[in-house]
Write a protein that binds this ligand. Structure first.
Ligand code: CDP
Ligand code: CDP
Length: 219
C-alpha cells in the first residue's frame, strides 16, 4: 500500500505521516526535506535559486539520503548531516523558488519514485497524489486555515526557545503556498481522487485515525 499525503505548509502532513508510518510499520518519506536539502546545498555553494540549469546540475551531483535513528529521521547530503540546517529560515524562504524548476523536480521525483518502489510507504509533499505516485492506494489532502498554521509554527518556535512574529509567519506561509500553487510544474493541488481533511480544529490523533480508517477500508 502507498499512502500519499499532500497539502500546504504546516497543515500537519509530516507529523501525521510519521505517526501513521510508525503504526503500520511503513517507511516514511519526507519529500519536502529533499527540496530543502537541495536548497541548503544551493545556498552553501552560492548557486542562484532562480538559475534552473545550475540547480539541475547540482541536483545531479548531490546524494540526498535518510537515516532512521532513535531520535527520528536524519537527512544527509553527501554524508553530511543537515537535519537541523534544512529547517532554518533562509532555507524555508528560498525552497519554493528552487522547487519551481522542472530540472530540479525531474531529478527529485525520480529519487522519490525509487524510494517508494517496494510499497508500504507513507510519502508527504505537494504533488505526491497528483504526480509522484498517481496510482497510490490512499490519497489525502490536508488543509487548515492560515491563522491556525501560523499559530502551529509559532508554538513550534516557542518550544525551540525563540519568539516569532505571528503576522510575519502568516505572510511567509501565504507567500510559499502561492508560489507552490501557481508554479507550472506539478503545482500544489488536491488530486481528484484525494480525500480532503480540514485539520484546523482537529488533533493529530484525530487526523491520523481518519487516515488509518481509510487504510482499513481498503484492506
Ligand atoms: O513542512 P513544510 O510544510 O514547511 O514544507 P516542506 O514539506 O518541508 O516543503 C518545503 C517546500 O518544498 C514546499 O514549500 C515546496 O516548495 C517544496 N515541495 C515541493 O515542491 N514538492 C513536494 N513534493 C514537497 C515539497
Ligand atoms: O508537514 P507540515 O508542514 O504539513 O506540518 P507539520 O510540521 O506536521 O505540523 C506543523 C505543526 O502543527 C506541528 O508542530 C504539529 O505538532 C502541529 N499540528 C497540530 O497542532 N495539529 C494537527 N492536527 C497537526 C499538526
Amino acid at each position: 500500500m502507498r499512502i500519499a499525503i499532500d497539502g500546504p505548509a504546516a497543515a500537519g502532513k509530516s507529523t501525521v505521516a510519521k505517526m501513521i508510518a510508525k503504526k503500520l510499520n511503513y517507511v516514511y518519506i519526507d519529500t519536502g526535506a529533499m527540496y530543502r536539502a537541495l536548497t541548503w546545498k544551493a545556498l552553501e555553494t552560492n548557486t542562484d535559486v532562480h538559475d534552473e540549469n545550475s540547480l539541475g546540475a547540482l541536483a545531479d551531483q548531490i546524494n540526498i539520503s535518510f537515516e532512521n535513528t532513535y531520535s527520528g529521521q536524519e537527512v544527509l547530503v553527501n554524508e553530511q548531516n543537515v537535519t537541523k540546517e534544512i529547517r532554518n529560515h533562509e532555507v524555508t524562504n528560498n525552497v519554493s523558488y528552487v522547487a519551481q524548476h522542472a530540472k530540479v523536480r525531474e531529478k527529485l521525483v525520480e529519487m522519490q519514485r525509487d524510494l517508494a518502489k517496494e510499497g508500504n510507504v507513507v510519502m508527504d509533499g505537494r504533488d505526491i497524489g497528483t504526480f509522484v505516485l498517481p496510482n497510490a492506494e490512499i490519497k489525502v489532502f490536508l488543509v487548515a486555515s492560515v491563522g491556525e498554521r501560523a499559530e502551529r509554527r509559532h508554538r513550534e518556535n516557542l518550544d525551540k526557545g525563540f519568539e516569532s512574529d505571528l503576522e510575519q509567519l502568516k505572510e511567509e506561509i501565504r507567500r510559499r503556498d502561492k508560489i507552490d500553487s501557481e508554479r507550472d510544474v506539478a503545482p500544489l493541488i488536491k488530486a481528484e481522487d484525494a480525500v480532503e481533511i480540514d485539520t484546523t480544529s482537529k488533533s493529530i490523533e484525530e487526523v491520523a485515525n481518519s487516515i488509518l480508517s481509510l487504510v482499513q477500508s481498503k484492506n
